[in-house]
Design a protein around this ligand. Structure first.
Ligand code: WTA
Length: 649
């Protein structure tokens, strides 16, 4: 973000105090902060009581082998039991866990008793396929209930799940399966998107050509498209899972038993497998769903409009909401199918009271216009959440006004795949909201903003965001790479967790997030690394070299802009070279990684040590005057690029 944009942001002076009614009955009060500050471990010991343990933990945090944390280490539990059976035992069997709405309009309300029975069937099915505790299962599915059932079935038998976003390519799926040594894949024939069925299973078939560790594929029938099935390997879910018993005796696992691995982009080409474990993760997600959204499990209808392929789906569509015994909405499709008011129609229909989505969605709705939400009754809403990227003040105020009817607090939640749970957020019954600011660490979390030397900055200054103390839902390591874990997160500022985000404290000490300080981009709230896309580009036979930058974009936050140098034998690449390269990236990674713009150039600006100067490329991508070029090997390169571009456009 430019300095000018930043200082405009920090001049934002609209304030939104908590609604009196909400504050009067709020889950979190100023006393909650005081308790957490006074006794960190005592606070987290108390939060652990949200969970039903097989053996209750006597320890809270074990940090003796830092940065490898153990939380509640001597406790045992079963995550699926905590999300399902115990609510049934407590008389909530008939309560709806999910209202599912498919894109074509098919619906299904699934009670806790029904979900428990189906998860037991799926757990029995996985066991019959030879899956044991510790074995990895990949889930590559659209947003349908069976995806959640598959996750919980894995959790029930202690098999870490690896959910891969359904929009990723066969290639991306294969890399993750290989890195994690996956043995079983759960998928579907396809899903519904933008009004038509789109196939998914063929991508699995393609990926598995390179994945010898996979024994079986379970295929949910969603679209009823013609789907090739490989004899002896592929099984239909409705047949194989459907025939299983609805009873399954669960086992309690140690608190630190792995729950799942989720791949996310880091600043190198290879995605990182973030490992989350069971006890601390369930405590952290259930506590934060309750705290940040002021959740009242008996009455709220909660909607996390995020895909289960991202951490937001894991923590706030699945584990947090189910551990709390709350009712959620799950929606399969896109927001403009069949019309641009679909979300608002759903909120009216299901009386959604808490909505959690990304700023990029809000900005899209702003673009479509207020006339769409205005057609529907949104009075059931009482808290609105935002996640994934900084929310610009205009989007915040629009969201609060047109969706929240000026009644609802907006909670801007900062967190990461790595953190597993919310870390910085207003508390709706306590915090006076400032549009654009994530405000303060939540009770029980300790963050800071530090300078290059690791010294805390004064109010009014900016620096790097760090987390000072471990937290229960933190990642435990990177799958198979303890060294990279320690280096990436714990070496930049010894003793503190380095988040990779820039941040600023305003004059009140409240925190504003300023975006990534590494080579990670945030496109529509999705994390993508510049190097990952550069590798995809150079894997094309016509490309010699590539540099990718994230340029500011009004709707998607950042947009991918690529600069490529073609190989000598590729000539000018032909008239369709840009389309060809865009499609290539989409095939290698997925459509979300398609560059908005690809510029074919003769040379790239490099420092004397050979590093590509992305800052300068960003200036071009954002049509700015060129910044300082003195460290370039050849400062005329930039002018050449600029001239070429202006003569070719
Ligand atoms: C960014 C998503 C500003 C940030 C839950 C972080 C945010 C990355 C916010 C993690 C927010 C997330 N304000 N920036 N409220 N929330 N980010 O792993 O750069 O997909 O490091 O987790 O998104 O993205 P991830």
């Amino acid at each position: 973000m430019s300095d000018e944009a930043l200082s405009n942001l920090l001049r934002e002076d609209r304030r939104f105090p908590p609604p009196a009614e909400l504050a009067a009955h709020a889950n979190v009060t100023t006393a909650t902060y005081e308790q957490a500050d006074a006794d960190f471990e005592g606070f987290w010991a108390a939060q652990a009581e949200r969970i039903s343990w097989g053996k209750a933990p006597t320890q809270v945090l074990d940090w003796s082998n830092a940065p490898f944390a153990k939380w509640y280490a001597d406790g045992t539990l079963n995550a699926a039991y905590n999300c399902l059976d115990r609510h049934v035992e407590n008389g909530l069997g008939d309560k709806v866990a999910y209202h599912f709405e498919g894109e074509p309009g098919d619906t299904r309300s699934i009670t806790y008793a029904e979900l428990t029975a189906e998860v037991c069937q799926a757990a029995n099915a996985l066991t019959e396929l030879g899956v044991k505790a510790g074995d990895r299962v990949a889930i590559y599915m659209p947003m349908i209930p069976e995806a959640i059932m598959a996750m919980l079935a894995c959790a029930r038998i202690g098999a870490p799940h690896v959910v891969v976003f359904g929009g990723f390519s066969a290639e991306a799926l294969a890399t993750r399966i290989q890195d994690c040594g996956v043995e079983i894949v759960v998928t579907t024939d396809g899903g519904f998107r933008r009004g038509s069925p789109s196939p998914l299973k063929p991508a699995v078939d393609e990926a598995l050509l390179e994945c010898p560790t996979v024994r079986n594929v379970l295929v949910v029938q969603r679209t009823k498209q013609d789907t090739p099935m490989t004899e002896g390997r592929d099984l239909w879910w409705h047949e194989f899972v459907g025939k299983q018993s609805t009873q399954h005796a669960y086992e309690n696992f140690p608190a630190e038993h792995p729950l799942y691995v989720m791949y996310t982009s880091g600043s190198t080409g290879k995605p990182k497998g973030i490992l989350h474990t069971t006890g601390g993760y369930l405590v952290g997600t259930s506590y934060t769903q309750w705290a940040t959204f002021d959740l009242k499990p008996d009455t709220d209808i909660f909607w996390t409009a995020a895909d289960i392929g991202w951490v937001t789906g894991h923590s706030y569509l699945v584990y947090g909401p189910l551990a709390n015994g709350s009712t959620s909405l799950m929606y399969e499709g896109t927001p403009d199918t069949p019309h641009r008011g679909r979300w608002w129609e759903l909120i009216e229909k299901y009386k959604v009271s808490i909505l959690y989505c990304a700023p990029t969605a809000i900005r899209t709705f702003m673009k479509w216009g207020a006339e769409h939400p205005e057609k529907f009754d949104l009075s059931s809403l009482r808290v609105l959440g935002s996640v994934g990227e900084p929310i610009n003040p205009e989007a915040y105020v629009w969201y609060r006004h047109f969706i929240g009817g000026d009644r609802t607090p907006v909670v801007d939640t900062w967190w990461q795949t790595e953190t597993g749970m919310h870390m910085i957020s207003p508390m709706p019954g306590v915090t006076e909201g400032k549009p654009g600011a994530a405000m303060r660490a939540i009770p029980g979390v300790v963050v800071d903003v530090v300078n290059d030397e690791g010294v805390p900055v004064a109010d009014g200054e900016g620096g790097y965001l760090v987390v000072r103390k471990p937290w229960p839902a933190m990642l435990r390591t990177l799958w198979g790479d303890d060294k990279r874990y320690a280096e990436t997160y714990w070496s930049r500022f010894p003793g503190a967790y380095f988040a990779g985000d820039g941040a600023k404290k305003d004059s009140d000490g409240d925190i504003w997030l300023l975006g990534r300080v590494d080579d990670v981009m945030n496109v529509s709230g999705h994390r993508l690394s510049t190097t990952e896309i550069e590798s995809a580009l150079v894997s094309h036979p016509k490309v010699a070299e590539a540099a990718v930058v994230g340029a500011t974009d009004e709707t998607t936050g950042q947009a991918i802009v690529a600069f490529v140098i073609l190989r000598g034998d590729a000539g000018d690449g032909g008239p369709d070279v840009v389309t060809e390269l865009r499609n290539h990236v989409s095939k290698e990674i997925g459509p979300i990684a398609k560059p908005r713009q690809i510029m074919v150039v003769e040379e790239l600006p490099k420092t004397r040590s050979g590093k590509i100067m992305r800052r300068l490329l960003r200036d071009i991508a954002e049509n700015r005057e060129l910044g300082d070029v003195t460290t370039l090997t050849d400062s005329s390169v930039m002018h050449l690029i600029k001239e070429n571009l202006s003569s070719s456009s």
